[in-house]
Design a protein around this ligand. Sequence first.
Ligand SMILES: Nc1ncnc2c1ncn2[C@@H]1O[C@H](COP(=O)(O)OP(=O)(O)OP(=O)(O)O)[C@@H](O)[C@H]1O
Length: 274
Amino acid sequence: MTEEVAEETKKAPEDDLESVVVRYKDVKKAFGDTVVLNDLNLDVKQGEKVALIGPSGSGKTTIIRMLMTLEDPTEGTIEVDGEMLWHKEVNGKLVPADEKHMRKVRGKIGMVFQQYNLFPHMSIMRNCTEAPVHVLGISKDEAKKRAKEMLEKVGLGDKVDQYPSQLSGGQQQRVAIARSLVMQPKVMLFDEVTAALDPELVGEVLEVLKDIAAEGDTTMMIITHEMDFARDVADRVLFLDNGKIAEAGPPGDVLENPQSERLQSFLGRFNEGG
Ligand SMILES: Nc1ncnc2c1ncn2[C@@H]1O[C@H](COP(=O)(O)OP(=O)(O)OP(=O)(O)O)[C@@H](O)[C@H]1O
């Protein structure tokens, strides 16, 4: 892939700008003197599935932690659904956003981590309805309706009255996915959601994610070390290396026809492992 093509694939087409859900513009992130992300320009479109791959420490988690408002960008801006996340424009100038604004924009983002962190003392249903009732302010009935629908979607419609300790790790992670979807976020972030699971439980969680992706309307940013999964699910794969998007494009290009030695060697490690 040429430089121009790589650049092209990071951006939405000009006539499609209104469908951009997430936009990183000239983002840099440093921890002290250590720059971990540089010149990050990335548009993610409505309904797009973007997989982030790359070696440990390449900055994948930092990209999504900035969206979750867990890390602030050192430079540049991040927009979600047309609104800046960390900044506000006042009299034509960018000023840091207040907590109220950040909370509002953060409400458009759902995230599933390695650790599912369900509330152990609450039923599966209540785990899924607490946030919509208390954060979104929707009625209990509406929250339950949404939760039932999402739990059915992840194959756990019959577990609503059970408690997390009665479920396997894979089932608990599926509840965590349903719980996020109930909030109807504009974008869903998945950070190595199968990394803490026993190998025999990985498949069921990936299948659920594939099903959600196949439905098409959920915008997804997925950090994964599962290359087959990335190939199946992503519209676009981003290879992060040394704090930059080093290669980007459809899975068939990035995963089947890697251009750089760095990506070839990164992918080679997975092939060696089978
Ligand atoms: N709070 C922090 N303070 C200092 N350095 C940090 C902090 N958070 C992340 N880093 C550094 O930033 C770099 C990028 O980390 P990040 O977690 O984003 O990488 P990653 O690609 O997600 O890695 P992995 O695949 O291992 O999760 C790493 O060198 C990490 O040590």
